[in-house]
Design a protein. Structure first.
Length: 273
């Protein structure tokens, strides 16, 4: 319980320039207090590209706006809004904005709180593909075909990456909250990054409340009770990322989130998958 949540509002200057025309904004990472996970936004100007590179850990790329051409050792996929591409550790990949006149915005998750990148000079023959298969290490989850489940009344979720889909050390997906919807108070056995990609969310964490919108991000430490609520009259949506292989959560009394119950009396109600 010693670590506190961090809140990032990516409305300032970019954190760094990944390549010409590719701006990076870090949302959660080790220097901001996260453990085991980094999340970020990359804005690709029209027709710009981040060349082939690799990481020693899993990465997942989710398209938030526009279209991206994601190449994995020559296997090229066109990804649209909320499609998710998992790139395994050590696998060479490149990303290009598919549009000649529109910016693309990508959300990336890394199974590391201190990510590194190694350039790859090797050239790969291009093979255009619609979908990944068991013969290749990457996995592409199309948003439109991902199963939808209701985690609580009015809160509709889709898992986009997890160990069962090939990723290691991170899992996550998309959540849509109808007006008035919320999740019960809960905690995890790993850190979580939550980015609000539509509407406005209220984030309750151990007696504190934060308003989040426009890709504002909360990073919640292990075992810190929290919940998200949509108090607005419009839908709210998020990309959530856990620093673990598969989703899990432990429910606790609502007072541990709104501050009416002390943290030293934190007692699980029941686990929820």
């Amino acid at each position: 319980m010693n670590r506190l949540e961090s809140i990032t509002r990516p409305n300032g200057p970019p954190t760094s320039l990944l390549a010409h025309g590719v701006e990076l904004r870090v949302l959660a990472t080790g220097s901001l207090g996260a453990r085991g996970v980094t999340t970020s936004l990359a804005a690709f100007q029209p027709a710009t590209e981040l060349g082939y590179h690799r990481h020693p850990f899993s990465e997942v790329i989710v398209v938030l706006d526009g279209e991206a051409l994601i190449s994995i050792e020559g296997r090229r996929y066109r990804a649209g809004r909320y499609d998710a591409m998992h790139v395994p550790a050590g696998t060479a990949h490149a990303v290009r904005n598919a549009s000649p006149d529109r910016t693309a915005l990508l959300h990336s998750s890394f199974a590391s709180d201190a990510p590194t990148r190694e350039s790859v000079e090797e050239a790969f023959p291009v093979q255009d593909r619609e979908q990944s298969d068991d013969g290749c290490p990457e996995s592409l989850i199309r948003f439109q075909t991902a199963p939808v489940y209701e985690l609580s009344t009015g809160a509709h979720f889709r898992d986009l990456f997890a160990k069962r889909f090939g990723s290691r050390g991170i899992c996550g997906g998309y959540g849509l909250f109808e007006p008035g919807a919320s999740l019960p108070c809960h905690f995890h056995e790993y850190d979580e990054s939550i980015t609000i990609i539509q509407g406005t969310a209220v984030c309750q964490v151990a007696g504190q409340e934060y308003g989040l919108s426009d890709c504002g991000t909360a990073c919640i430490p292990t075992r810190r009770p929290h919940r998200f609520l949509n108090r607005s009259e419009a839908p709210m949506a998020m990309i959530w990322v856990y620093a673990g292989d598969e989703p899990e959560r432990t429910l606790v009394k609502a007072g541990h989130c709104d501050g009416s119950l002390p943290l030293d009396s934190l007692t699980p109600d029941s686990p929820q998958p």
